[in-house]
Each structure stands twice: as C-alpha cells, then as structure tokens.
Write a protein that binds this ligand. Structure first.
Ligand SMILES: NC(=O)c1ccc[n+]([C@@H]2O[C@H](COP(=O)([O-])OP(=O)(O)OC[C@H]3O[C@@H](n4cnc5c(N)ncnc54)[C@H](O)[C@@H]3O)[C@@H](O)[C@H]2O)c1
Length: 264
C-alpha cells in the first residue's frame, strides 16, 4: 500500500473530490480526518474510510476560521499523534450561473470567496507545518482550478483566489523543501461534483445532463472529469511515488485548455 499508516487531513472531504481522495487514501492504508462545514456528509465519508479498514474523524470546521482550523489540528494530534498529509480541497463558487462581473461583486462577497478558497488553505498550512517540520515529513496538496489561469466564466474573486493558491504553493514549497515537506497543486478542469449544484439548480434533469455533456465535449478527452480522476493525481502527490516532486502544478482537465479537435 502506498500510504500505509499515514494520517491525512482533508478539508472539504464531505463531498466531491475531497471524498474521493479520502476513500482512495484509505484504500492505500491512510487514516483520514475530514474537516468540513457539512457534518452529515463528512460522517458519510468517514463511514467509507472505516469500511476500508482505517480510522477516521469527521470534524466540523469552517476553514475561514483560524480557531476552527487549529481545533481540527489539535484533535487529529490527540487521536493520531502525527499529520503526514494535508489536502486543501474545501472551496466554493459564488453560485451565480454565468459568473459574476467584477462591477457586481460586493466587498463582502469578495472577502467571503477569497477567505474560503485561499485563506482557509493558508490557515491549514500554517497549523500543520510545525508538526510536519518536527516529523521532517509532510505532503500538502492544494486544489486550485484550471480557471486560475484559463477562466471559463467571469468570476474574478474565485479565480483570483485559485491563482493565489498557486502562488502560495510555489512559495511554501520553496520555504519548506529543506524540511522534507513537499507542496504541490492540482488544477482540476470540469469535474462532476456537487460543486455545480447551485449553478444548475434551476435546470430540469434533462437540461442538467445536456449541460454536463456539452461541458465535457469541450475537452480533448470528450467527457467531464470524475472525482476519482482527481483522487489518482492526489495519491501520486501524497505518496513516495512523487518523492522528488515539489512546487509542481498538475492539470487534471481532460486536456483543457487545449480545444477538442473540430470533427468529433
Ligand atoms: N468541480 C469542479 O469542476 C472544480 C473545478 C476546479 C476546481 N474545483 C475546486 O475543487 C475543490 C473541491 O470541489 P468539489 O468539486 O469537490 O466540490 P464540492 O462542493 O463537492 O466540495 C467542496 C467541499 O468544500 C466544503 N466547504 C465549502 N465551504 C467550506 C468552508 N467554509 N469550510 C469547510 N468546508 C467548506 C463543502 O461543504 C464541500 O464538502 C474546490 O476547492 C473547488 O473550488 C472544482
């Protein structure tokens, strides 16, 4: 197994790619703590972790709160005594179909989106680094977005936050490399998860399917991504398969931003 006896904290692990990462890690021998605002679904993820023979913790946490983040780290240390892996997967869009033009974004909305998509990853990184330094072992995976560099819609606060995560990845990887803490990012393309729920809430079932079909066809691989596609890349970055990889940004995007060939 690639992660035998490791301990991971996964923010946003209640649903979507965070959950798929939790289950994949558990299959590879890793104990998992999920930190999320959605406690019922976090419990569901941990049920899957336990079914795979590992230990788990579902912890309520708003990642924009430094006290809540520190409380998660303290509880994980009390239970497991170590933290080998941090996945910063929690995130959200503003939930406005078609995007939010810069002139329409209130200061409060800007602060909220940046707090959840960028500040939360900083707070978690800051909270785990002292322990990872002591261990001389740590792997941090930041879930950014292809939209950080190729925005598919207008969403400047969200895309700025996701681009900020790339900057933080490079900077922290440089600082913490000497402590054998590796920090990398994944840039997902369109992945079918509850992330889209708010955006497509008004659509009927057939319209939703057509929306995803159409979105998938834009990629050279001709389909939407699945949460498991992200989990595979995360497993690579969390394990010793990537022992000499830090400050890397991996697009998992079906080939986007390259366009699909015209005739298909
Ligand atoms: N799905 C996509 O197409 C896509 C594309 C690019 C990037 N992303 C990014 O991938 C990451 C995972 O998204 P997903 O697609 O799995 O969506 P998702 O909605 O299924 O998962 C996001 C998780 O974050 C949690 N969360 C939201 N706000 C939180 C907060 N304040 N504190 C703690 N937890 C909070 C949610 O409860 C949820 O469990 C996000 O950072 C998202 O921005 C998604």
């Amino acid at each position: 197994m690639l992660l035998a006896n490791k301990v991971a904290i996964i923010s946003g692990g209640a649903t979507g790619m965070g959950r798929a990462i939790a289950l994949k890690f558990a299959e590879e021998g890793c104990h998992v703590a999920v930190a999320d605002i959605n406690v019922p679904q976090a419990n569901e993820t941990i049920r899957g972790v336990v079914e795979r023979g590992r230990e788990g913790l579902a912890l309520e946490c708003d990642i924009a709160s430094s006290e809540a983040v520190q409380a998660v780290v303290d509880q994980v240390m009390t239970k497991f005594g170590r933290i080998n892996i941090l996945v910063n997967s929690a995130g959200t869009t503003a939930g406005v179909a078609g995007g939010s033009s810069v002139a329409a974004i209130s200061e409060g909305e800007w602060d909220r989106i940046v707090a959840i998509n960028l500040k939360g990853a900083f707070l978690f990184t800051r909270a785990v680094v002292p322990q990872m330094k002591k261990q001389r072992d740590g792997r941090i995976i930041n879930i950014s977005s292809l939209g950080a560099v190729h925005p598919p819609t207008v969403s400047p606060h969200y895309h700025a936050a996701k681009a900020g995560l790339l900057g933080m990845t490079y900077d922290t990887a440089r600082e913490l490399g000497p402590f054998n803490i590796r920090i990398n990012a994944i840039m997902p393309g369109p992945i079918r998860t509850p992330f889209y729920d708010k955006l497509i809430a008004a659509m009927g079932e057939a319209e939703k399917e057509a929306f995803f079909e159409c979105l998938g066809k834009e990629a050279p691989l001709q389909r939407m991504g699945r949460p498991e596609d992200i989990a595979g890349a995360a497993l690579f970055l969390a394990s010793d398969l990537s022992a000499y990889v830090t400050a890397a940004v991996i697009p998992v995007s079906g080939g986007l931003p390259l366009e699909a060939p015209a005739a298909n």
